[in-house]
Design a protein around this ligand. Structure first.
Ligand SMILES: C[S@@+](CC[C@H](N)C(=O)[O-])C[C@H]1O[C@@H](n2cnc3c(N)ncnc32)[C@H](O)[C@@H]1O
Length: 260
């Protein structure tokens, strides 16, 4: 695999037109094939929440979106870190050169993409300033937020169509509390909570959403620069019904704003 010349660390694994692939920490390419994309994507106005290097923005554009807006928070100090991680978290992001923004700009230029990125927190989404969207992709961000339900409420304010929620689920809770809405509190330092499937559906409902589709669980594969010794347990493989396989357990939901 050939890689782009820049020495930044990449979160997303993105195929570029010159045949190179960004050496991401995670590889969301197979996950995009599992999404039951709504028909409103083609020709639609789409939002990518917490875009990082922009994989989902470029994927929606590739699948025919007319306009893509990506939002993320540029300043690591403004991310929701818990109190004992407030200094170390932003410092760590700078140290490993995983800033939000430069990777998106580099991939956007290489792809000739028209996606527009805004330095904007999900908490600040506003229909007057941001407009309204036909499709919103929200990937692996709720677990990093102090207030995921507020984030869901804010996304609802700008969504006229379908939310594609791609989120991690906790393997232990999936296996041992499969019907009880629950969350593991801070399973890893940069996370707040990881729910089980009923827990996520309860949060969606609290945020004003109706779930219209729940897809099967899957394993997010790590990318070329992912951990050599994944810290997720063998339970993830079992919960994903793929014993022996490693990755991060995830699930996709489609939801629509519940009418007020
Ligand atoms: C684990 S990454 C997921 C990236 C991408 N959405 C995906 O699904 O592959 C979480 C992203 O959410 C962003 N993020 C965290 N807090 C945010 C906030 N309050 N508003 C917008 N984005 C945020 C982070 O900067 C990071 O880019």
């Amino acid at each position: 695999m050939s890689v782009p010349s820049s020495s930044r660390s990449w979160y997303h694994t993105i195929d570029l037109p010159d045949g190179s692939t960004t050496p991401g920490w995670i590889d969301t390419r197979p996950v995009a094939r599992l999404v039951p994309w709504p028909s409103s994507l083609r020709g639609g106005r789409c939002l990518d929440v917490g875009a990082f290097d922009g994989f989902w923005s470029f994927e929606m554009e590739r699948r025919g979106a007319a306009e893509v807006v990506a939002i993320d928070v540029d300043d690591p100090e403004e991310l929701d870190f818990a109190i004992d991680y407030k200094a170390a978290g932003p410092e760590h992001i700078r140290e490993i050169r995983a800033e939000r923004g430069p990777g998106f700009a580099e991939a956007k230029a290489a792809l000739g993409s028209s996606a527009v990125r805004r330095n904007r927190s999900v908490y600040d989404l506003d229909p007057i300033e941001d407009g309204r969207f036909d499709v919103v992709v929200c990937g692996a961000i709720l677990l990093h937020l102090r207030d995921p339900v507020l984030a869901l409420e804010r996304i609802r304010e700008v969504c006229d169509g379908t939310l594609v929620l791609v989120e991690l689920v906790d393997p232990i809770l999936e296996l041992f509390a499969p019907r009880y809405p629950s969350a593991a509190v801070r399973p890893y330092a940069d996370q707040w909570w990881v729910t089980n499937s009923p827990g996520m559906e309860k949060m969606l409902s609290m945020g004003g959403w109706d779930v219209v589709q729940r897809c099967p669980r899957f394993l997010f594969p790590y990318g070329p620069s992912g951990p050599s010794r994944p810290d997720q347990s063998w339970l993830t493989g079992i919960a994903a019904r793929r014993p022996g396989r490693r990755g991060i357990l995830g699930r996709i939901w489609l939801a629509r704003p519940r009418p007020k």
